[in-house]
Design a protein around this ligand. Structure first.
Ligand code: GTP
Length: 253
């Protein structure tokens, strides 16, 4: 598993690509940068294989000679398509165990699927975008939670705060997928229930092609309540996603 950090010219945030499997590499990371030394390359993560005390080169050829191994990106690509999840930051659900949403469960489940070579032979990538609270930020999201406690749903609460119901965009995700070599005609499988994501991530010129949409069914629904997040709030949240955000999720699944 590799973690790539992307800076960008749209916002001041560091967005992440969490990459599973040896077939996916970042073009911008591997590219030569003027004036850099081999130590610079290894320090910023532009190397192949593993680091070890005394290693002096980031290069594939030297590694091949030294270790008699095939470089990761010299292997043939598997026939299956890589699995991708575009995930938006949720501090409350992922870090402080809020029972109001299924975000933490979705992040864990995406990683589990991508890390299992029988379920995802071509590996995959989680594009982790720093769009907390559907893009309104953590402070505003906490206000939205208070409005939800006063009887509004997650959609209405954003509107009452004079925010769009969903203020996110996915241009950075498209650019990151292209940098990871996941753009183009071959296509990806996208793990989501959100119809806006499927359309938006493909980009204006269909730079990324979604060949298959893979549903994210809540674990509690799949297991009759034996696993996954269970609460009155999360059920209400999921119903609102289906009714108002038109999420492609069958309540009976
Ligand atoms: N404003 C607001 N944001 C929320 C609330 N609950 C969760 N979120 C945010 O909603 C976003 C959830 O995003 P994703 O997990 O990418 O998914 P999604 O749009 O629901 O679609 P899927 O791909 O089907 O999961 C995150 O940014 C969360 O922080 C809420 O009640 N109010």
């Amino acid at each position: 598993m590799w973690l790539h950090v992307y800076s960008n010219s749209v916002d001041a945030k560091e967005h992440l690509a969490i990459v599973f499997g040896a077939h996916t590499r970042s073009r911008s990371l591997d590219a030569e940068r003027p004036g850099e030394t081999e130590l610079d390359r290894m320090t910023r993560g532009a190397y192949v294989g593993r680091l070890y005390p005394g290693r002096t080169s980031s290069r594939v050829d030297q590694l091949k000679r030294a270790e008699h191994t095939e470089p990761a990106h010299g292997r043939p690509e598997p026939a299956a398509l890589p699995l991708v999840r575009i995930h938006s930051e949720c501090y409350t659900g992922e870090t402080v165990w809020s029972a109001r949403c299924d975000c933490g469960e979705q992040l864990d489940e995406a990683a589990r699927l991508m890390a299992d070579p029988t379920l995802s032979p071509a590996g995959g990538a989680i594009i982790y975008l720093r769009q907390e609270g559907r893009g309104i930020g953590l402070g505003e999201k906490l206000k939205a939670y208070n409005l939800q406690d006063l009887g509004n749903d997650t959609y209405e609460a954003n509107i009452l705060l004079r925010h769009p119901a969903d203020a996110r965009s996915y241009g950075l995700a498209t650019a990151m997928l292209m940098d990871l070599g996941l753009g183009g005609e071959r296509g990806i499988r996208l793990l989501t229930n959100n119809p806006d994501k499927v359309h938006a991530v493909e980009g204006p010129g269909r730079e990324v092609v979604v060949r298959e949409r893979v549903a994210m069914v809540p674990l509690a629904w799949k297991t009759g309540g034996a696993q996954g997040i269970k609460s009155e709030e999360v059920e209400k949240y999921l119903s609102t996603k289906i009714e108002k955000f038109k999420h492609m999720l069958d309540q009976k699944s």
